[in-house]
Design a protein. Structure first.
Length: 73
């Protein structure tokens, strides 16, 4: 199995407005098809730019910020 080289902290440190499905999958340690399915179901926000589908970085990170604040209580 391949080791992930990108994690959530790396995504938080980036300045880009969007991330790719592959980057999201790598940060979460899941298959890119899982991200595609979640986009299609509306679980993960996305924007279509021409033929490309990208994920707004801040919205994606907020999905997981709620989990970390509830764990700290």
């Amino acid at each position: 199995m391949r080791q992930s080289t990108l994690d959530m902290e790396d995504l938080r440190a980036r300045r880009s407005l969007v991330i790719t499905r592959k980057e999201a999958a790598e940060a979460l340690g899941v298959d890119p098809r899982t991200i595609t399915t979640s986009i299609n179901e509306g679980t993960i926000p996305s924007v279509k730019l021409g033929r490309r589908v990208v994920i707004p970085r801040e919205k994606f990170l907020r999905l997981f910020d709620a989990d970390t604040t509830s764990d700290e209580s």
